[in-house]
Design a binder for this molecule. Structure first.
Ligand code: PGA
Length: 257
């Protein structure tokens, strides 16, 4: 079984270079020496260079990327620039990118292809806006997932991860509640079936599926699969900015193995 992957998505936090120094130090102290879990920290772009100093403790992630290598694209950051900074993972298609920045499935697809070309591992985020009953599989999942990997060669799909993040469960969504572990497991099974249809069983089996949405130290382990193959990692937002809580999440997942 591959090691569970835990990704800290700091979003546009913390607010200053000073605060990031403290946060990096405390996050590293909270997880140093923990084995059996792969931890990725995805800070805002300007803090990546600082975060790089902790490469022995966690891998570096970016929260977004553009699809061109260089040129007249004001404000954009290329996959190669991220690679050169030591970044290994890149979140693509987060619901905030889709909603606040208007990213379409086509934009997500271009970014996924560009990231793969630069040998970054895309963490493709998908998830429905509104809560539906367990029996209904939200149509957004198939659309967003097939859109994200359209035209990507099968062998490249071995180097992606998929994060299921229902928007209604993200802690900053008004009225947010975490999904239930049971539902998350069903969604993981559905997503793996979908992947099998899209890229074949062998490739689909190599793709980790992560859960995100109000993950904390109390519920982290419950979201990960136990006997059947369900969620194999976590995408953590709010709790990843609280070093003690984040450390507790990582340790609880490490202990579970
Ligand atoms: P949350 O955010 O853990 O604060 O719900 C997760 C995310 O949006 O990636």
């Amino acid at each position: 079984m591959p090691k569970p992957l835990i990704i800290a998505n700091w979003k546009m936090n913390p607010a200053s270079a000073r605060a990031v120094r403290t946060l990096l130090r405390r996050v590293a102290a909270g997880i140093r020496g923990v084995r059996g879990v792969s931890v990725v920290v995805a800070p805002p772009f300007p803090y990546l260079a600082q975060a790089r100093a902790f490469r022995r403790v966690f891998a570096l992630g970016a929260q977004d990327v553009f699809w061109e290598d260089e040129g007249a694209y004001t404000g954009a950051v290329s996959p190669r620039m991220l690679r050169d900074l030591g970044v290994r993972y890149c979140i693509i298609g987060h619901s905030e990118r889709r909603r606040v920045f208007g990213e379409s499935d086509e934009v997500v697809n271009r970014k996924v292809k560009a990231a793969l070309k630069a040998r970054l591992i895309p963490i493709i985020a998908i998830g429905e806006e509104h809560r539906e009953s367990q029996e209904v599989v939200p149509a957004a999942l198939a659309r967003e997932l097939s859109g994200a990997i359209a035209g990507v060669p099968k062998r490249s799909c071995r180097h992606i991860a998929v994060a299921y993040e229902p928007v209604w469960a993200i802690s900053t969504t008004p009225g947010a509640r975490p999904d239930t572990p049971d539902n998350a497991t069903r969604r993981a099974i559905y997503i793996r079936k979908l992947l099998t249809k899209l890229v074949g069983r062998r490739t689909a089996d190599a793709i980790p599926i992560l859960y995100g949405g109000s993950v904390n130290a109390k519920n982290a382990v419950a979201f990960l699969s136990h006997d059947i193959r369900g969620m194999e990692g976590l995408l953590v937002g709010g709790a990843s900015l609280r070093p003690e809580e984040f450390g507790a999440i990582v340790k609880s997942v490490a202990r579970r193995r």
